[in-house]
Design a protein around this ligand. Structure first.
Ligand SMILES: NC(=O)c1ccc[n+]([C@@H]2O[C@H](COP(=O)([O-])OP(=O)(O)OC[C@H]3O[C@@H](n4cnc5c(N)ncnc54)[C@H](OP(=O)(O)O)[C@@H]3O)[C@@H](O)[C@H]2O)c1
Length: 160
């Protein structure tokens, strides 16, 4: 099973605001996110789910929270990132997407096989940044250029 991080990152590293908002709305980027993740499980932190407000269609939505009582219709709630990943492994999913936010990305980077990062061509206002990662661990395999962003595909060295 491939564990794939997907994120959109402003030039200054921002991925969101402390209030939980996405600081930009770029239709083409959202379409890329939707078509890439459609049909696969998506794993997210509880705060990212609150930002979305409802489950993403056509995908198993797995929400990670410490809460034992948190429940949302049409989603699966797990009490750790590892248990979410284990669940998908047992269900024999071929690939799963880690869709944020920062706390979840931070824990997922050491586990991930691939990263699909949209580098936005502008700075954004916000307090939440994509976590630091060691660029030496990752090999760029492809890049697709759009007007307002470039999607860069990375594979962990030794995992392709
Ligand atoms: N640009 C992008 O691509 C992108 C993508 C996604 C999100 N975002 C942005 O990122 C921000 C949210 O990121 P964030 O770091 O604040 O929050 P987050 O990672 O979405 O969620 C954090 C929450 O996840 C739960 N959690 C984290 N690790 C856990 C673990 N090991 N076990 C159990 N529960 C765990 C906790 O929930 P409980 O407190 O309930 O225990 C924690 O408070 C927002 O601004 C959002 O808009 C941006």
């Amino acid at each position: 099973m491939r564990i794939i991080i997907i994120s959109a990152i402003a030039q200054n590293g921002v991925i969101g605001t402390a209030k939980g908002e996405m600081p930009w709305h770029v239709k083409e980027e959202f379409a890329h996110f939707k078509s890439t993740t459609f049909g696969s499980p998506v794993i997210m932190g509880r705060k990212t789910f609150e930002t979305l407000g409802k489950p993403l269609k056509g995908r198993l939505n797995i929400i990670v929270t410490h809460s034992e009582s948190f429940q949302v219709e049409d989603t699966l709630v797990q009490n750790s990132l590892l248990s979410a990943v284990d669940y998908c492994n047992k269900e024999k999913h071929k690939k799963i997407f880690i869709i944020g936010g920062r706390e979840i990305y931070t824990q997922a980077i050491p586990l991930a096989d691939e990263m699909i990062l949209s580098f936005m061509k502008f700075n954004a206002e916000g307090e939440i940044l994509f976590p630091e990662y060691d660029k030496n661990d990752w090999q760029k395999t492809d890049e697709r250029n759009f007007e307002q962003f470039s999607v860069v595909y990375f594979v962990r060295k030794g995992k392709n």
